[in-house]
Design a protein around this ligand. Structure first.
Ligand code: ADP
Ligand code: TRP
Length: 330
């Protein structure tokens, strides 16, 4: 069997260029290597914590599913599915709860950050903390361990969660004998943090994002709003700025070289922004067209997911049978 690469993204907002260059692009590249089997899923149960309700779930799930396909996920090569449609995930989660110490969950970054914020505000330590947040790493361990995952490509912020999945797998194997594959994280060190329009990390929490598939006019408007310094049109400009960083994401090597020279000679910000819009739009246009197609033919996306889910459940069923035998319930 080929080693499994597995990763998930939560449907918690409209996908932005930070998500694309920080996660989706590499995942698609990885899936082209036929030495591995890739499993990519939509972590909808993980999103429950951050969403206001049903409408947001439906909207962001649809946008994320269409985004993966528009960005080039090939369902013939990648097993593509929704976490919620693989019920063995929550079944395994319960079992794993029993080999996971509370102390380990107390150390999880997201929970610790909430506790610290509460302490600083003089509130009860667990104010606003629900069990979904507290047990988040155990559900993530289930996602990973259910599919005999060897490698988990994630951003640096998720490293601790994969380490916890590894600890949980080892604890299970120690108690019940070797049953679960012990996973490792694959951290993409190369991927710089993509900055938002205001120069801070691009994130939907800051409202500074460039949606990956907004229409041309909206894209132009956002690019025109990128913060720049007050140098005069003819003055040489530093390439150490968000505008040039974006140019490097979207431009070809030759285009970037050319722009570097124009910066050194003195290009007006207005012209630089227009040029950036052109390269960004050229880059995004073919993917945007595919995205719009899938948004309008969403039944095709559901059919793709359902096919993936059927295969995913077959693997999950096998793991759960092994787990049930190991713990002695069958
Ligand atoms: P957000 O910060 O907008 O809430 P998520 O936490 O949902 O985004 O991130 C989904 C994926 O996109 C993760 O793998 C994360 O590492 C990546 N990602 C998000 N924002 C950025 C960014 N500004 N630069 C690089 N990668 C990012
Ligand atoms: N927790 C991840 C995030 O916030 C998403 C996720 C859920 C995940 N389950 C996973 C990532 C399993 C990798 C493997 O980005």
């Amino acid at each position: 069997m080929k080693p499994i690469y597995l990763t998930g993204i939560k449907p918690t907002g409209t996908p932005h260029i930070g998500n694309y260059f920080g996660a989706i692009k590499q995942a698609i590249e990885l899936s082209k290597n036929s030495d591995y089997q890739n499993l990519y899923f939509i972590a909808d149960y993980h999103a429950l914590n951050s969403l206001k309700g049903k409408e947001e779930m439906q909207r962001y799930f649809k946008e994320l599913a269409c985004t993966w396909l528009a960005c080039g996920l090939d369902p013939e090569k990648v097993l593509f599915y929704r976490q919620s449609q693989v019920p063995q995930t929550t079944e395994l989660c319960w079992v794993l709860n029993n080999v996971t110490s509370k102390g380990l969950m107390n150390r999880a970054h997201a929970y610790k950050a909430m506790v610290e914020a509460n302490v600083n505000l003089g509130k009860d330590v667990d104010d606003g903390v629900n069990m979904g947040l507290y047990n988040y790493p155990i559900l993530m361990a289930s996602d990973i361990l259910l599919f005999n995952t060897k490698f988990v490509p994630v951003g640096a912020d998720q490293k601790q969660h994969v380490e916890m999945a590894r600890d949980i797998a080892k604890a299970f194997n120690k108690k019940y004998g070797y049953t679960l594959v012990v996973p490792s994280e694959v951290i993409e060190e190369k991927t710089a943090t993509i900055l938002g329009l205001d120069g801070r990390k691009m994130s939907k929490s800051y409202g500074n994002q460039v949606p990956l598939f907004c229409d041309e006019m909206a894209l132009k408007k956002l690019i025109m709003s990128i913060k720049t310094d007050s140098s005069l049109p003819t003055e040489p400009k530093s390439t150490d700025c968000t505008l040039f960083d974006y140019f490097k994401l979207f431009g070809t090597e030759a285009e970037v070289e050319n722009m570097k020279q124009r910066f050194a000679e003195g290009i007006s910000w207005a012209e630089a922004k227009t040029k950036l819009f052109e390269v960004a739009n050229n880059y995004l246009k073919p993917m945007r067209e595919k995205y719009n197609y899938y948004m309008e033919h969403f039944e095709e996306v559901i059919a793709i997911l359902e096919k993936g889910e059927e295969k995913a459940r077959a693997i999950a069923k096998e793991t759960m049978e092994r787990v049930k035998q190991a713990i002695g319930v069958v």
